[in-house]
Write a protein that binds this ligand. Structure first.
Ligand code: NDP
Length: 486
């Protein structure tokens, strides 16, 4: 069983209280790690270490020196690739080939992409006329925000954490990370990487624990934290926003979604079925950008539902290291209970269960894991809870539509606005609909195709601010103007 400590000022430290909590495997419910739970003293020590690093060696580095270190971090992650794959699959239970091809390489890439952005992005300059004719020159400089509190979820832990760390560190900030209590492994491992590469102590700190009345709340309430970046549920975002209002600290939020997939009758049928299958069931449906509401144009509705059903019934359950498996468990028993409660609610609300709706028959030890079936419903009104609320599980409701106008209204009838995926071969319509759906990211004839230089974030209650490429600099730096009278 792994022992996971907090990482403060370059050292692995157990909480003075001696408090620890257990991490269970999603695959078979075995206890796989014991984690030190940071209290206020450890959060305080981490914030102080981060503050000291800002004013120490780290703060004195040039942008080029920082960039070199971050390239070193990315290379060291790549060198220890298998360790990261193993740590992440132990926490999430997801097939290791998904970690190998997507989540871990993208985690390493996050350090390089933002290092390159910082190296190449200019600041503005304005010449100004003055009454004496000599004029004045204005130019902008960017400075780091300071100590950034980084609060992460469990669904793609390494990818989502490094998506924040890459730009935060490239811009010269220091960080204190609070990973989800379900997925502490890769954040702990990254401490070894930071030390191996020579990132100064205190630049990267990790405090483990829970949200309310625990490390998450202690960190977001800490007056020594200058800004907070958070990915997680909208409800949690509201609590963190309240905490951030003390001291007027800036926030960047990537929150929940109830994303619509739109399939027109003229779509490439097989590509659309494959695309919606991925967007509904990848990572066992635990992707913020995933599709839980599918709208299919009436002429192909029945055929689409049957085709998606066949694919959902063909998923191969298995342990992460089983190379033939393409479908893993949910993150935890608690999340399994939540998802199953929605499966029951769908039936109560009168859904037709096209497939799934329960727990698969798993052999041996796997029977104890957090497995649920991929599930498809039809026949529910838009007012049903499973059509309105984010479930964050491997499930979707499919409804027919008759016109472009109708489907845009259906897609927009939600408080969320994270992403959508549109399937059609009519290019004019694709662009027209994309401009009218109220979301931060629209994919046309694709899903989860991410160029890390582009703006990422949610509309409405799905987020505040944009991260990605130069957009990340808006949050991770402060722009200051210098006015020179000539
Ligand atoms: P949560 O909001 O439950 O938790 C996210 C993090 O916040 C965890 O580390 C949690 O700690 C911590 N936390 C909880 N309460 C507080 C608090 N009061 N103060 C400070 N920290 C707190 O989200 P999940 O982990 O369940 O992640 C799933 C959610 O994340 C979904 O809603 C999903 O849509 C969203 N998400 C959004 C993305 C986006 O880009 N928009 C991307 C990925 C996910 P702990 O868990 O340890 O208790």
């Amino acid at each position: 069983m792994r022992q996971i400590e907090n990482f403060i000022a370059g050292e692995y430290v157990a909480a003075a209280s001696g408090r620890r909590f257990e991490k269970r495997s999603p695959v078979d419910n075995r206890v796989i790690a014991s984690i030190s739970e940071a209290g206020r003293p450890e959060v305080d020590a981490a914030v102080q270490a981060a503050r000291a690093a800002l004013h120490g060696e780290w703060g004195g580095l040039t942008a080029d020196q920082r960039v070199e270190l971050l390239y070193g971090v990315a290379n060291e992650i790549t060198r220890r690739f298998e360790d990261f794959v193993e740590a992440e699959t132990a926490d999430t239970g997801q097939p290791s080939h998904v970690m190998r091809h997507v989540f871990i390489p993208r985690g390493a890439a996050n350090f390089k992409v933002f290092a390159d952005v910082v190296k190449n992005v200019p600041t503005e300059a304005f010449q100004m006329a003055t009454p004496d004719g000599a004029g004045a020159l204005n130019y902008a400089i960017r400075v780091p925000k300071g100590v950034i509190g980084v609060i992460c979820p469990w669904n793609a832990p390494f990818l989502l954490m490094t998506w924040k760390l890459g730009p935060a560190l490239a811009c010269g900030n220091t960080v204190v990370v609070k990973p989800s209590e379900e997925t502490p492994n890769t954040a702990a491992l990254l401490g070894e990487v930071m030390n191996a590469v020579g990132v100064p102590k205190g630049v990267y700190n990790v405090v483990n624990g829970f949200g309310p009345d625990s490390a998450g709340a202690f960190l977001t309430q800490h007056p020594g934290v200058d800004a907070i970046t958070f990915t997680g549920e909208t409800r949690t975002g509201a609590a963190i926003m309240k905490a951030a209002s003390e001291g007027m600290r800036d926030v960047s939020f990537e929150l929940g979604g109830k994303n619509a997939g739109i399939v027109f009758a003229d779509a490439d049928f097989d590509a659309a079925v494959d695309g919606i299958f991925r967007s509904a069931f990848l990572n066992t449906g635990q992707v913020c950008l995933g599709t839980e509401r599918v709208y299919v144009e009436r002429p192909i509705f029945e055929r689409f539902v049957q085709a998606l059903k066949l694919k959902a019934e063909a998923v191969k359950y298995g342990r992460p290291e089983d190379h033939t498996a393409n479908y893993g468990p949910l993150i935890s028993q608690e999340h399994k209970r939540k998802v199953l409660s929605y499966y029951a609610k769908a039936v109560e609300e009168g859904a037709t269960v096209v497939t799934g709706g329960g727990v698969p028959d798993m052999p041996g030890e796997l029977a104890e894991g957090a497995w649920v079936q991929p599930t498809i419903w039809t026949g529910l009104p838009e007012t049903a809870a499973v059509v309105r609320e984010e479930i964050f599980g491997p499930c979707c409701h499919i409804r027919p539509f008759d016109s472009e106008q109708e489907v845009v209204a259906l897609a927009n009838a939600t408080d969320y606005g994270l992403s959508t995926t549109i399937w059609t071969t009519n290019l004019a319509r694709a662009h027209r609909v994309a401009a009218r759906v109220e979301v931060g990211i629209t994919w046309i004839n694709s899903w989860f195709l991410r160029d890390l230089r582009t703006a990422f974030g949610g509309s409405k209650q799905s987020g505040i601010g944009r991260e990605g490429g130069v957009h990340s600099l808006e949050f991770y730096t402060e722009t200051r103007n210098v006015c020179v009278k000539l």
